[in-house]
Design a protein around this ligand. Structure first.
Ligand code: G1P
Length: 292
């Protein structure tokens, strides 16, 4: 049984400057909540109760967001406001934190979780991507299930992206038919459109066996001079270990907050589906676009 999750949230966020000059990209709001709250809620919905967040300098706001604040509670009570506004503090999840002080890449950040996970298989959810699902936690639950059932050493979520976007992501070469579930033959980090073996992009969710740490230790700096987890997984594949791919299914959608284009799309979609303001916002958009 998989009991632990790791959220790497140490990235510098240069693609989102100036918005991320002095605040973590994981704290950028999407609709009413900061991005990382959706990630923790997704992990909780999948039944995982122990979460390690890997942070870095300028990321203290993440810890503050999940910390109980007695003066805020008292103020809400005194002013007759609902405590529901901060009910993320009631989630039955234990959060742990550690820091990656020098930005050396995603693989190096994940390496910081070694002591936390011990000899257990574990989930990794990148803190700058929201997986929306009409059945919260569905993707992670499916990934954990097949990971255990098929005896994989790594299981990765994939989504089909536009060919123009392949150079932003890790891209898979599937073994044989590209089904909802497939074995991965190879992975390439941020290939050019010409080099890309497919348009199946790593969708920010992984399940790993603790053997990943052996391969992280052997990983050489890759794209951007950083230690890329894609390259560590590639070493696993070269060593003949089984790596599974799981495609996002119906009713599941990934929102990448790491660049402005998809951040804008995420904010737009979550605003449209806001239970209180969504309808009104939709009318506003239609009016603005001259469609009504
Ligand atoms: C990272 C991974 C990449 C993956 C992406 C998903 O890239 O290196 O393989 O497709 O996350 O969001 P980053 O966004 O950190 O550049």
């Amino acid at each position: 049984m998989i009991r632990k999750a790791v959220i790497p949230a140490a990235g510098v966020g240069t693609r989102l400057l100036p918005a991320t000059k002095s605040q973590p990209k994981e704290m950028l709001p999407v609709g009413r909540k900061p991005t990382i709250q959706y990630v923790v809620e997704e992990i909780h919905a999948a039944g995982i109760k122990e979460v390690l967040i890997i942070t870095s300098q300028q990321k203290r706001a993440i810890e503050d967001h999940f910390d109980y604040d007695p003066s805020l509670v008292e103020w809400l009570q005194r002013s007759g406001k609902s405590l529901e506004l901060i009910n993320h503090l009631e989630m039955d999840v234990r959060l742990f934190y550690t820091r990656q002080s020098v930005p050396k890449g995603l693989a190096d950040a994940i390496r910081m979780a070694k002591g936390f996970v011990g000899d257990e298989h574990f989930v990794v959810c990148l803190g700058d991507s929201i997986i929306y699902s009409d059945r919260p936690g569905s993707l992670l639950r499916r990934m954990m299930e097949v990971h255990e059932e098929k005896g994989a050493e790594a299981t990765i979520a994939f989504e089909t992206v536009e060919w123009e976007e392949v150079s932003r992501y890790g891209i898979a070469k599937p073994k044989g038919e590209m089904d909802d579930l497939f074995w991965v033959e190879d992975l390439v980090e941020k290939p050019s459109r010409e080099e890309a073996p497919s348009n199946l992009a790593v969708a920010a969710r992984y399940v790993f066996s603790p053997r990943i740490f052996e391969f992280i230790d052997k990983t050489e700096p890759g794209k951007g001079g950083e230690l890329q987890i894609t390259d560590s997984i590639r070493l696993m594949l070269r060593a003949g270990l089984p790596v599974l791919g799981v495609r996002l299914g119906e009713g599941e959608r990934r929102y990448d907050i790491g660049n402005f284009q998809s951040y804008f799309e995420a904010f737009f979609d979550f605003s449209l589906s806001d239970p209180e303001l969504g309808e009104r916002f939709k009318r506003y958009v239609l009016r603005r676009l001259g469609l009504r």
